[in-house]
Design a protein around this ligand. Structure first.
Ligand code: MRU
Length: 364
């Protein structure tokens, strides 16, 4: 996508042919800046400290992290330790494990002298595949938005509610939840997005609003608790979120608060869809609530807020009383029964075991 007229992906190989460029997402929306990853530790830190985030981008960064590790030492031991280091960064998004398994499949049969080139090649492919997958998700989801637009008076916007950032910043390009929105907007269909701010880290307010604004998509940021009210008043036509891990049975794990949006959508007969690239399906998990590990993040993310002061500086403030503890589970699970459909690169798939297996038989 474009940032001030320049095409960007969220991750790229630099001109030196080995270091990896990323957008520092911790500084958005106030500062757009890029960083270079040069070592395995850089890549691990980028994921852990959320310079990059979003399930597909976490996977892509891990793939390049493996390539950076092998530059120093392409032995079997490095393959194993780099996998462990990267896997330990964030527990919930399955794309991390998926990408490392993809790398392992290609790299472990090779002679160490062949591994570095092969690692960079597979990492680049993972990035390109992600862009293709998201473009296909966009086309499949566009049909949903077109159908709603066709039922509305000419010129009236389709109102989509989204949670967190499953936009291009969370992927290599396009986004998952946002791909249908960008495609509808590009096709001239009036679309308006309700952007949940997404406490505690505010990925909606800071990232989704930033990227929609840069692409010219009409949007309004709302506090996380506003969605149900808007739904009751007919102001939401469709909910589309992303996912960090979707089970073989269609349970959807995504940013904390997604479940409450799905409940409110069900109560108001509003379709709740999920943009789902196939690497985000975890066929080893059956029951999302019982089995998916939920990342517990630092309580400072709840107790403190960072933003721009009127003087234009970036400042962090404390909003809790001294001594009050905070809890910070980062994800929740929406049971499959609340999901109207999974928008995948192979079309809209029902959120149940049979439909998911039929759409991706080679992954089962
Ligand atoms: O904690 P984050 O910012 O990595 O969480 C991101 C999300 O929850 C996204 O919705 C999800 O990763 C899907 S991204 C296409």
């Amino acid at each position: 996508m474009k940032v001030d007229g320049t095409d960007y992906r969220t991750i790229w190989l630099n001109d030196d042919g080995w270091s990896v460029g990323i957008i520092d997402q911790t500084r958005l929306p106030h500062v757009f800046t890029t960083l270079d990853l040069k070592t395995l530790d850089d890549a691990a830190r980028a994921i852990r400290d959320m310079w990059v985030r979003g399930a597909p981008l976490i996977g892509a960064t891990a793939a390049y992290g493996m390539a950076l590790a092998l530059r120093d030492d392409a032995s079997d031991a490095t393959l194993a330790t780099a996998t462990d280091v990267l896997l330990a960064t964030r527990p919930t998004a399955i794309n991390l494990r998926w990408a490392l398994e993809e790398m392992e499949k290609v790299l472990s049969p090779l002679d160490p002298t062949e591994r570095v080139a092969a690692a960079y090649k597979r990492a680049a492919e993972i990035c390109d595949e992600d862009v293709e997958i998201n473009a296909a998700i966009g086309k499949a989801g566009l049909a949903l938005i077109e159908a709603i637009a066709a039922r509305k008076p000419t010129g009236e916007a389709v109102n989509v509610l989204t949670h967190c950032n499953a936009g291009w910043l969370a992927t290599v390009d396009w986004g998952t939840a946002t791909a249908p929105i960008y495609m509808a907007h590009n096709a001239g269909i009036p679309v308006h997005v309700w952007v949940d701010e997404t406490r505690p880290r505010n990925q909606g307010a800071s990232l989704t609003a930033w990227e929609l604004g840069h692409h010219g998509v009409p949007h309004t940021v709302i506090v996380d608790n506003a969605g149900g009210h808007l739904m009751q008043h007919g102001k939401v036509d469709l909910v589309i979120t992303g996912t960090d891990r979707t089970t073989a049975t269609g349970d959807v794990c995504n940013k904390i608060g997604t479940y409450l949006k799905a409940l409110a959508a069900a109560d108001n007969s509003i379709p709740f869809y999920v943009g789902l690239p196939s690497p985000t399906i975890d066929f080893r998990v059956e029951d999302g609530v019982a089995e998916i590990p939920i990342e517990e993040r630092a309580m400072e993310e709840v107790s403190r807020l960072t933003g721009r002061t009127d003087a234009g500086t970036i400042a962090t403030i404390t909003i809790l009383p001294d001594g009050s503890p905070a809890a910070n589970p980062a994800f929740d699970v929406t049971p499959a029964r609340l999901v109207a459909g999974l928008i995948t690169e192979r079309g809209i798939v029902d959120a149940n075991r049979e439909a998911i297996a039929a759409a991706f038989p080679e992954r089962v």
